[in-house]
Design a protein around this ligand. Structure first.
Ligand SMILES: O=C(O)CCC(=O)C(=O)O
Length: 293
C-alpha cells in the first residue's frame, strides 16, 4: 500500500514517526550488506557495533545510502526542500546468545560459565577488559534505553529527523526500534544516567521509567532494505537482541538548513561531517554544509 505525501506528513506530524518505508532494491541491499561485512572483517564486530560514526565521508557506498533518492524523498517531504545531513552511524546489535549452550538469561543480564567468543558486548565497557573465562559473571546485553535524540543534539532553529535504515530484518526478537507515538509533543523530558548495564547510548542516558508511557510503546519492525523515520523529540529505545540474528541499522540524522548548532555544555555534540543533501543553504550554519556531493 502506498501513501500520499500529505498522508505521510500528517501521520509524521501527529505520531512523530513513520515506519516500513521501502528504500533499497534487492541488489542495493545485497551490495550494502556485503560492504558492511567487509568492514566487520576489517575492524571486528566490537568496533562495527557502534563505532562506525560519520563514515559516509569515507565510503562511497555509505554516502549512497545516506542520500538514497527514496531516503531524501521522504526527508524532503517532512523537512522541506533545503536539507543538511547532520550525522550518521551504524548501530549493530549482534546475537547475544551466540554461544547460548553455555549461557542463560537472568532478567536483562546474561550469566555465563564458559568463555564467550564473538559476542562484542562481552567486555567490561568501563575498562575494556575482556571478561572471558570468569565463572558465573553476569554481563550486560546491549539495548538502547528510552531517550529523545534532541537531549544530546545541541541543535536549535529546526527539527532533527532520524532515518533508521535496516540492513537486516529488524524484528521483535532481535531488538527492533520501539517508539512512544505522539511523545514528540511533550517537549524535552528529563534524562538521567541509566542504572541498567548495557545501554548502547554514548552518554548512557535514559528517561526515568515513570515518565515513559511504556504501555503505549509501538514496535517498528522493518524488513531489510526498509526504513523508519522519527522526530528528534520522539521517545524511543530498543530491547536486547535475543535472537541468533544480527540486527544492523544505519541511522542518518537530517536538519533543515535553518537549524543551527548551539553551545550547550549539556549537549556537547560536534558536527564535523555535515553536508547539504537537498536544495540550497542560504544560512551556512554548519561548518561543511556548503559541500555538496
Ligand atoms: O538502533 C537502535 O536500537 C536505537 C536507535 C536510536 O536510538 C536512534 O536511531 O536514534
Amino acid at each position: 500500500m502506498s501513501f500520499s505525501v500529505a498522508e505521510l506528513q500528517s501521520s509524521y506530524e501527529q505520531q512523530g514517526f513513520l515506519s516500513g518505508l521501502p528504500v533499497l532494491s534487492e541488489v542495493e541491499l545485497q551490495e550494502a550488506r556485503e560492504a558492511f561485512g567487509r568492514l566487520e572483517k576489517e575492524f571486528g564486530e566490537e568496533y562495527t557495533q557502534y563505532s562506525l560514526h560519520n563514515v559516509h565521508l569515507q565510503f562511497e557506498w555509505v554516502m549512497a545510502l545516506a542520500k538514497h533518492p527514496r531516503v531524501l524523498e521522504t526527508v524532503r517531504a517532512i523537512l522541506g526542500p533545503d536539507v543538511i545531513l547532520l550525522d550518521s552511524r551504524f548501530i549493530c546489535k549482534y546475537p547475544a546468545l551466540s554461544n547460548s549452550t553455555s549461557s542463560r538469561l537472568v532478567g536483562n543480564n546474561i550469566t555465563t560459565d564458559t568463555e564467550q567468543k564473538g559476542a562484542p558486548w562481552y567486555k567490561d565497557r568501563n575498562d575494556g577488559t575482556a571478561q572471558t573465562g570468569q565463572q558465573e559473571k553476569p554481563e550486560q546485553i546491549p539495548f538502547v534505553a528510552w531517550h529523545q535524540d534532541m537531549r544530546y543534539w545541541g541543535v536549535a532553529g529546526g527539527p532533527v529527523l532520524s532515518v533508521w535504515l535496516a540492513l537486516d530484518d529488524s524484528l521483535e526478537d532481535n531488538g527492533a526500534l520501539q517508539v512512544i507515538p505522539g511523545s514528540h509533543s511533550s517537549g524535552l523530558l528529563p534524562h538521567q544516567k541509566s542504572p541498567r548495564p548495557g545501554n548502547m547510548l554514548s552518554v548512557n542516558q535514559e528517561i526515568p521509567e515513570h515518565l515513559v508511557q511504556v504501555d503505549k510503546a509501538v514496535l517498528c519492525p522493518l524488513l531489510a532494505g526498509q526504513m523508519s523515520v522519527h522526530d528528534g523529540l520522539l521517545v524511543h529505545g530498543s530491547d536486547p537482541n535475543l535472537s541468533g540474528r544480527r540486527r544492523c541499522g544505519f541511522v542518518i540524522r537530517f536538519v533543515p538548513t535553518c537549524a543551527y548548532p548551539i553551545q550547550d555544555p549539556d549537549r556537547p555534540r560536534r558536527f564535523n561531517a555535515t553536508m547539504l543533501v537537498c536544495g540550497n543553504d542560504k544560512f551556512r550554519n554548519f561548518l561543511n554544509s556548503s559541500l555538496k556531493l
